[in-house]
Design a protein around this ligand. Structure first.
Ligand code: GLC
Length: 603
């Protein structure tokens, strides 16, 4: 074979003679090189399932938006605010329980899983919400409460009268009489809402177990009929167009097998923790009631039920689990081998392992830890807020809100935020006289209830600086509006040039880029106050730098591989003096106290 290569100058012409054998090899190399070069860029279109990189927004329905002026948020209220959620960059909403309930634990005590709670609306309202959300390209996840029902549910009422079918749907045990003839519970188990986990019912002359409030009897998951009923319930809502199910308190579902202990549930050992009262949950080590191995099998069964619908419709229905427990037990909810577990076992690292006293090294440690324990091929998820946890601005300080929103939205994987964190809402003040949370009421203590109350994290969402922060027209809202709503609200923050809301929106826009969707991750504590991480995909690289300390800092970002020269500011925290498009030097970045920036490497 002869190859002519003609130089631009017509009088020069090189002639090469190449053996046919080599020609074939050369052609192969040529095609491989083309494929590699294309691949570098074409991967940008790697297909990800809808949930694998989604922004999930948790809505505490009772406090989001009131459409009928009764001081309580509702479903039509959410429907009226879908544009807001869309603009914010939300992919899916997680609704706190919407089912019929006497509201002792505000929906976490269900009387009927097939009915929408009347204060929140009707089934038709819910269907309309699903339909409209779909039009906006957003999905709905429903929070299920699998561990217990309300003691007012039909199931429980029938069970407490030994109805043949429902008799074994709850955990019933005989008590005993003590030496003074007083009726005593079956054992020493304590409820996570304080005091004995057993309550006596005269109609059965037995005690029922409740690991939460006494109005929340635990279901008996050793009964296969109940397990099937739960699957049927989930399917019912999935058929209504729900995109997934969040299962709360999944590490409480199954208790130890009493047959292993001669048919009697054994006492739990004491922790011996100083300063803990005998009525407190932490008084005991919950070795028989929490984190039992059977929970994982149950989740895997629920996953199968969801997957059947996913396969039929070719649209993934997502299973999300909530278990606040040790890391190894948490990540086990992903499932093992062929036994698939949850798609998203919620990650409490940023809620539990990082606190007011934490510095940059603690943030690195907490994030690395989750990424290390999580199964390699499963997406991570990051959660910074929830209805049971202090708000970001109060848990840390309001100056760090943007930093934590950068973490939740730009770390690799799924983002799970809680309504109001995009505004930097602070915990409300709810006095004892207005306290509604059963966990707080159970303390019977008008002073120390403040240590445990969750009401401050559930105060009404702040839409504007008008009456009730625009949440409701009612004279009184179910919980008081938090202080500071005059400035911390949607309308003001949308109008402002710099606000937490504006930062949040820029971040959700940014996370659509390949570096954040698909890119690699590396993190460094540049010193004890400055945490930084790099996300990159091919040549597109970003460094997110946050000074979580209270002093001025100078750092050198060339500690990261291939970060040098100038970087450009993409997003900066509210208090930063930097703006979009400003340049900074990689080897000398000065940061004010609490400043956080997202920088793009210039190529
Ligand atoms: C979950 C909920 C919490 C509720 C508890 C008992 O942990 O997040 O709000 O009180 O379950 O149902």
């Amino acid at each position: 074979m002869i190859v002519y290569i003609r130089h631009r100058s017509p009088d020069m012409c090189f002639v090469f003679t190449i053996d046919l054998r080599y020609s074939l090899i050369l052609r192969c190399i040529f095609f491989v090189l083309i494929a590699v070069a294309r691949g570098r860029y074409e991967n940008v279109n790697v297909k990800q399932d809808w949930w694998e990189n989604a922004v999930f927004y948790q809505i505490y329905v009772r406090s989001f938006m009131d459409s009928d002026s009764d001081g309580i948020g509702d479903i039509n209220g959410i429907t009226s605010r879908l544009q807001y959620l869309k603009d914010l960059g939300v992919d899916a909403m997680i609704l706190a329980p919407i089912f019929k309930s006497p509201m002792h634990d505000f929906g976490f005590d269900v009387t009927d899983y097939y009915t929408v709670h009347h204060e929140y609306g009707t089934t038709e309202d819910f269907e309309e919400l699903v339909k409209k959300s779909r039009e906006f390209g957003m999905k709905i996840i429903l929070d299920f409460v699998p561990n217990h029902t309300s003691n007012e549910s039909d199931w429980f009422v029938k069970s407490s009268h030994k109805d043949e079918y429902y008799s074994d749907w709850y955990i019933w045990e005989n008590g005993h009489l003590d030496s003074s003839g007083l009726r005593r519970p079956p054992n020493n188990w304590i409820s996570s809402f304080r005091k004995s986990a057993w309550t006596y019912v005269p109609s059965r002359d037995q005690f029922y177990l409740h690991q939460f409030g006494d109005s929340q009897p635990d279901l008996n998951y050793r009964n296969p009929v109940l397990v099937e009923e739960m699957k049927t319930l989930m399917k019912y809502w999935l058929e209504k167009g729900v995109a997934g199910i969040r299962l709360s308190s999944v590490n409480y579902l199954v208790e130890t097998d009493k047959d292993l202990y001669g048919g009697r549930y054994p006492d739990e050992p004491m922790t011996g923790k100083p300063g803990v009262y005998a009525d407190d949950y932490n008084y005991l080590e919950h070795i028989y009631t929490k984190d039992q191995g059977e929970n994982y099998d149950l989740i895997s069964q629920f996953r199968e039920a969801l997957d059947a619908i996913t396969i039929r419709d070719n649209v993934t229905r997502v299973l999300m689990t909530e278990a606040c427990t040790g890391i190894k037990k948490s990540v086990k909810f992903y499932g093992e081998g062929v036994h698939l577990g949850a798609h998203i076992p919620l990650n409490f690292a940023l809620l539990k392992d990082v606190g007011k006293e934490s510095d940059a090294r603690d943030i690195k440690y907490a994030t690395d830890r989750w990424l290390t324990y999580k199964p390699l091929r499963k997406p991570a998820n990051w959660m910074t807020g929830a209805q049971d946890k202090s708000r970001l601005a109060s848990r840390f300080r309001s100056e760090l809100v943007d930093s934590f929103n950068m973490l939740v939205l730009l770390l690799p994987g799924i983002a799970v935020t809680y309504m109001g964190e995009e505004l930097g809402m602070v915990n409300g003040f709810v006095p004892w006289s207005e306290t509604r949370d059963p966990l707080a009421c159970n303390t019977d203590d008008p002073v120390n209830f403040i240590e445990v109350t969750r009401d401050p994290f559930r105060t009404p969402f702040q839409w504007n600086n008008g009456k009730n922060a625009g949440f409701s027209d009612a004279e009184k809202t179910w919980l008081p509006v938090a202080e500071g709503y005059e400035h911390i609200n949607v309308a003001s923050e949308q109008a402002a040039v710099r606000s937490h809301y504006q930062v949040f929106r820029s971040l959700t826009t940014l996370r659509a880029r390949p570096a954040f969707r698909l890119g690699r991750y590396e993190s460094l504590a540049l010193n004890s106050d400055v945490f930084a991480f790099k996300r990159w995909y091919n040549d597109d690289a970003y460094v997110i730098v946050m000074n979580v300390g209270k002093g001025y800092q100078v750092v050198n970002l060339t500690a990261f591989d291939l970060i040098f020269g100038q970087l450009e500011v993409e997003v900066s925290s509210v208090l930063s003096s930097r703006s979009y498009g400003d340049n900074v030097q990689a080897n000398y970045l000065d940061l004010a106290a609490d400043e956080a920036v997202v920088l793009r490497m210039q190529v």
